[in-house]
Design a protein around this ligand. Structure first.
Ligand code: EPZ
Length: 420
C-alpha cells in the first residue's frame, strides 16, 4: 500500500503545467482500435487507469509503446475481441472498449464493468442504444456477447446525457454504414476531443459539444497523431488546493473555457483569478467566503468530478455551503474522512451541508475513491499538523505524481510506499 505524509500550512506558490486529461485519453485509447493502424498520443498521462487500458489493448492483440507522456498504439494485428471479467473489473470505464470492438464490425464479448464507490453505475443506456442500432446482445454468466453485423444506423435518444454512452455510440457507429444521430448527447469537452481524434483518423462526426451528434459512417480510418486535451479536473484540483492552503499559482496548458464554472465559483468566494490564453493565475491571500449553494450538473454545469475537492475547500471557508450532488448517488465518501480532520459536515440525500471552521487538523485518513482522495490531500495541505492520506492507489488512477506537483508548489508532501 502507499500513503502521502503531508505537513500542512505551507502557502502554495509557483507554476504548474497541466497534463493530458484522463477522461479524454481513456476513450481515445479505445478509439485507437478502430484504424487498425498506428495512433500516436501526446500528453498521455502516466496514471494507473492508462496502464489498465494498455493491458486491455495488449490483450486484444495491439502493440503499445510508451515513452514518458507519449504512447503509440498499433492496432494492425488485433486478434481477439473478448475482454475477460478480471480486466473489465479493474476499471469502470473499460466498457468503452465494447463500442470500439463492435465498431470494427462483428462480434465482441466482455465482462461487466461493475459498480464502484460512487454508486451502481449501470450500463442500461449503453445497451439500450446499442439494441436500437441493431446490435444483437446476449447476457449470461457474467458476460455480455454482442454482434454488430446487423448494425442499422438511426437516431438514438439518451434518457440522460451519459458521457460513456455518448462515447460508446460514437465508437460503434463511426465505421458503420449510414448516418447515426445521438439526441441528448453529453456535451463534455472530452467528447469534443474524441470527435477531433476520430475525425483526424478520417471519421465524419459533427456536433460534439452540443446535445446532438451526427456520425456519418466511413469504410476505413487512418493512422493519427494527437495531443490529448488538458485535464480540467486536475486544474480544478490545483485551484481548490490554492483556496484551502492559500496560494499564488500560475497554471499553464489549461483550457480556461473548460473550467468557467470553477472560475466563477471561486471568484464568488473571493479568490482573485486571471486568465490569459492557456494560462490562469489564482491568488488566494485571505480566508475565502463560503459559496451559498453548489449543484453538480452535466457540462457546462459544475462538474461532479470536482465536487469532492470543492467540499474540502469549503470546510475552512467563512460561512455555510450547501452542495447538491445530482450525478452520482454516493459521492460524499470523503466527508467522513474530512470530519476526522475537524470538518463540520452533515450529509443528507445527495446533499452536504458544510459549516466552515477556522482550521482543520492533521489526522490519519483513507482515500475512499479517486476524487475523494484528492480532496483529502487538499484538506491536508491547508490543515495544521501532519496528515497521513492512506489508500492513495485510488489517487494514482487519475493523478500523475500529485505529490511531486504540490511539492513543486511549496507543499510539504511525501509519498511512502509500504510493501507487504
Ligand atoms: C464519466 O463517467 C467520467 N469517467 C466520470 O469521471 C464522470 O464523473 C462522469 O462521466 C460524469 O461526468 C470517464 O470519462 C472515464 P455517465 P461515466 O455515464 O461515463 C448514470 C472521474 O472521477 N448512468 O455520464 O461512467 C450513472 O450511474 C470519473 O474521473 C446510468 O444510469 O458517467 C451516473 O449516475 C468518475 N446508466 C450518471 O448516469 C448508464 O447506462 C452519469 O454517468 C450510464 C450512466
Amino acid at each position: 500500500m502507499s500513503a502521502y505524509i503531508i505537513n500542512g500550512g505551507n502557502y502554495l506558490s509557483g507554476e504548474v503545467r497541466i497534463g493530458g486529461a484522463k477522461n479524454s485519453v481513456l476513450p481515445i485509447m479505445a478509439a485507437s482500435l478502430l484504424n487498425l493502424s498506428e495512433s500516436i498520443l501526446l500528453d498521455c498521462p502516466c496514471i494507473s487507469d492508462v496502464d489498465i487500458s494498455v493491458e486491455i489493448l495488449k490483450s486484444l492483440g495491439c502493440k503499445v509503446f510508451r515513452d514518458g507522456n507519449t504512447a503509440v498504439v498499433d492496432s494492425s494485428q488485433i486478434n481477439n475481441f473478448e475482454i475477460p471479467p478480471h480486466l473489465m473489473n479493474k476499471m469502470r470505464s473499460s466498457f468503452i472498449f465494447l463500442g470500439a470492438m463492435l465498431g470494427i464490425g462483428g462480434k465482441a464479448v466482455c465482462g461487466y464493468p461493475g459498480g464502484c464507490e460512487l454508486g451502481a453505475r449501470p450500463i442500461d443506456m449503453h445497451l439500450k442504444a446499442f439494441k436500437k442500432l441493431g446490435v444483437a446482445i446476449n447476457e449470461g454468466g457474467g458476460y455480455i456477447s454482442c454482434d454488430s453485423s446487423r448494425f442499422k444506423a438511426c437516431k438514438v435518444a439518451l434518457d440522460f446525457p451519459s458521457v460513456g454512452a455518448t462515447e460508446n455510440i460514437m465508437l460503434l457507429a463511426c465505421k458503420q454504414k449510414g448516418t447515426t444521430t445521438i439526441i441528448n448527447a453529453a456535451r463534455e469537452p472530452e467528447i469534443v476531443d474524441l470527435q477531433s481524434f476520430l475525425n483526424s483518423m478520417g471519421a465524419k462526426i459533427s456536433g460534439a459539444g452540443s446535445n446532438k451528434i451526427k456520425i456519418e459512417g466511413v469504410a476505413s480510418l487512418n493512422s493519427v497523431k494527437k495531443r490529448i486535451m488538458p485535464d480540467r479536473i486536475v486544474a480544478a484540483t490545483v485551484m481548490f488546493a490554492a483556496s484551502a492552503a492559500g496560494g499564488n499559482i500560475t497554471l499553464k496548458n489549461v483550457n480556461c473555457s473548460h473550467i468557467e464554472s470553477i472560475i466563477l465559483l471561486l471568484q464568488s468566494c473571493g479568490a482573485d483569478i486571471y486568465t490569459h490564453g492557456d494560462s490562469l493565475d489564482i491568488i488566494c491571500s485571505k480566508r475565502l467566503r463560503a459559496a451559498d449553494t453548489l449543484r453538480t450538473m452535466p457540462y457546462p454545469g459544475f462538474p461532479t468530478d470536482a465536487q469532492s475537492q470543492a467540499v474540502a475547500a469549503f470546510t475552512t471557508m467563512e460561512g455555510t455551503s450547501i452542495v447538491k450532488e445530482t450525478i452520482f448517488e454516493n459521492r460524499f465518501n470523503q466527508a467522513s474522512e474530512l470530519k476526522k480532520m475537524g470538518a463540520d459536515i452533515t450529509i443528507g440525500d445527495r446533499l452536504a451541508v458544510i459549516k466552515g471552521v477556522k482550521r482543520l487538523y492533521g489526522a490519519h485518513v483513507y482515500a475512499p475513491d479517486l476524487r475523494g482522495g484528492a480532496a483529502l490531500v487538499i484538506a491536508a495541505l491547508g490543515a495544521k499538523g501532519t496528515t497521513v492520506v492512506d489508500n492513495i492507489h485510488y489517487i494514482d488512477r487519475g493523478y500523475e505524481s500529485l505529490d511531486k506537483m504540490f511539492s513543486a508548489l511549496g507543499g510539504d508532501i511525501q509519498r511512502k510506499d509500504f510493501y507487504e
